[in-house]
Design a protein. Structure first.
Length: 365
């Protein structure tokens, strides 16, 4: 995607708030403002941080059903309508919590995922068990997107795809997605599905942000060749690009880098809290200050308007994870602000080329 200049650009129309005319009991009267299909960014609300009371140990930040509903109300009132969960989120409790928020009555589009915890989990019978458990928890007969959350290389892709096709033919999902697969695996799966006339992957969920661009060389070209849309997760590097974190130590703020959930905390610290990324922040901060921007603004606006994705009309998107309703409001406002100044984009390119590229996470490899 060509870089957009920081001036003389046709910005997306303002997406204003509208009232919610019905809540909780009936969502048939929910009033939402629709986006311009040509310019509005595709934003997906990640649900990993929403769970029932007592689930904080598993990384949950919003445990009030009232607040969960308020968050979904606001998200939909701004014209957005996609949410993303997984069987593994909140230790298996997230999907049931989303059912309590009446996602179907709201008319939300929902994606869920099957993570292979051990070898063989993407074998036909186990994969069926994963999806049917998700559907049961969600209180639905069908989801919009069913992702293979990570490659299970112990099972031939042909067997996994045959099982996916059977589940698709039974009406259990509308679109097949993959996540955290290598580019050559995506190509192999696409060819297998085409040769057999099976449902093929049409969406890929990838780790991608301004300081983690490893997918640009192989994975994005592969997805373009096979007409697969890309949804980027971690657009602010798990919170690193908020500018709050200055060292590799575990913070005590309850965020993804903390030890509230020791497993997740260590994973995110290993992924992002390294010397190269911290050096990148030091290089970016003067450019941000010069242009009156926060690192958060730079991160989100780069993802939407300057990355290799086509988020404003091409079907690609970003997953937005939040810890509160106020954070959702602030982040959506940033997403809608438009492109960055050229000088800031140039600095990001320099930081990637000189500092973070050599040590960037290749989580999917």
């Amino acid at each position: 995607m060509a870089r957009l200049p920081g001036r003389a650009i046709a910005l997306p129309p303002t997406i204003g708030s509208v009232s919610i005319t019905a809540r909780r009991q009936s969502y048939s009267n929910l009033t939402v403002r629709k986006h311009s299909t040509a310019m509005a960014p595709r934003v997906v609300l990640g649900l990993m941080t929403f769970g029932p009371p007592g689930s904080e140990f598993h990384g949950t930040r919003v445990t009030s059903l009232e607040t969960f509903n308020d968050t979904l109300d606001y998200f939909q009132s701004k014209g957005y309508n996609e949410v993303d969960t997984a069987r593994m989120y909140v230790n298996g409790l997230q999907e049931g919590w989303t059912r309590q928020a009446k996602w179907q009555e709201r008319g939300l589009k929902l994606a869920t995922k099957a993570w292979p915890f051990e070898d063989g989990d993407h074998a036909p019978e186990k994969l069926r068990q994963f999806l049917e458990k998700s559907l049961s928890e969600l209180g639905s007969e069908q989801v919009d997107i069913f992702y293979l959350h990570r490659a299970d290389r112990s099972v031939p892709f042909e067997d996994t795809l045959r099982a996916c096709n059977d589940l698709y033919q039974e009406g259990k999902f509308k679109q097949l997605g993959v996540s955290n697969y290598a580019a050559w695996e995506v190509a192999e799966m696409s060819v297998i599905a085409r040769e057999h006339g099976w449902i093929r992957p049409t969406v890929y969920q990838a780790m991608y942000n301004a300081i983690t661009r490893g997918i640009e060389e192989e994975l994005i070209p592969c997805c373009r060749k096979f007409r697969i849309k890309i949804i980027a997760y971690n657009p602010v590097a798990g919170g690193l690009l908020s500018g709050k974190y200055k060292s590799k130590d575990a913070p005590s703020d309850g965020g993804r880098f903390s030890d509230t959930d020791p497993r997740v905390g260590k994973m995110y610290r290993d992924r992002y809290l390294n010397d190269s990324n911290l050096r990148a922040l030091q290089m970016l901060e003067p450019a941000a200050k010069e242009h009156g921007l926060t690192l958060l603004q730079i991160a989100f606006r780069w993802s939407v308007y300057h990355s290799k994705l086509d988020v404003t009309g091409g079907g690609d998107g970003i997953v937005l994870g939040v810890s509160s309703l106020d954070q959702l409001k602030a982040n959506l406002k940033i997403v809608e602000e438009g492109p960055l100044p050229d000088a800031v984009v140039d600095k990001l390119d320099e930081v990637w080329a000189k500092v973070t590229k050599i040590s960037a996470e290749l989580y999917w490899r």
